[in-house]
Design a binder for this molecule. Sequence first.
Ligand code: HEC
Length: 145
Amino acid sequence: MTNPTRKSILLLLLLVFLGACSGGLAENESPVDPAQLAIGKRVYESNCATCHGAQGEGQPDWKYPVNGVYPAPPHNSKGHTWHHPDAQLLEIIAKGGGLPNSAMPAYADILTPDEVVAVLDYIKTFWGRQEREFQAQVTRQRSGE
Ligand code: HEC
């Protein structure tokens, strides 16, 4: 093998390696198994979409309480769900909202723990790549990795 060929093979390998490191995911593409996402979508659409919106858009004027009760916040990139680590989001879904008079129901008796994880995986498909990467990092920091 001549030297230039070897060099270009090495360069190609390097590019493939770098591509693998960046995850190679398109905007909004989920690294999660499609079967898991299908479960999450079903759970979301039958339990959460009425309040949080079919695409996670939330209720109008969600930052302003009506008679002391906050409307449902968005789960898309415009909300703040992606600011929080997995553990906190899973706990809110299982135990209900933390605000006084929260309209957010507790799902621990309605969904299985696997369904709670699946619905969170589905919510993550509403985020762009930046939000997803930020939230993955917050989750790693919180779990002490
Ligand atoms: C009856 C309306 C309603 C339904 C149904 C509902 N939520 Fe909520 N949810 C809320 C409200 C209101 C809040 C904000 C108040 C709070 O956190 O106490 C909230 C907050 C949340 C949060 C925290 C968001 C954040 O940015 O911190 C998560 C996560 C969440 N909901 C997930 C779900 C999931 C998953 C479902 C379905 C399994 C669901 N919700 C169903 C009303 C609802």
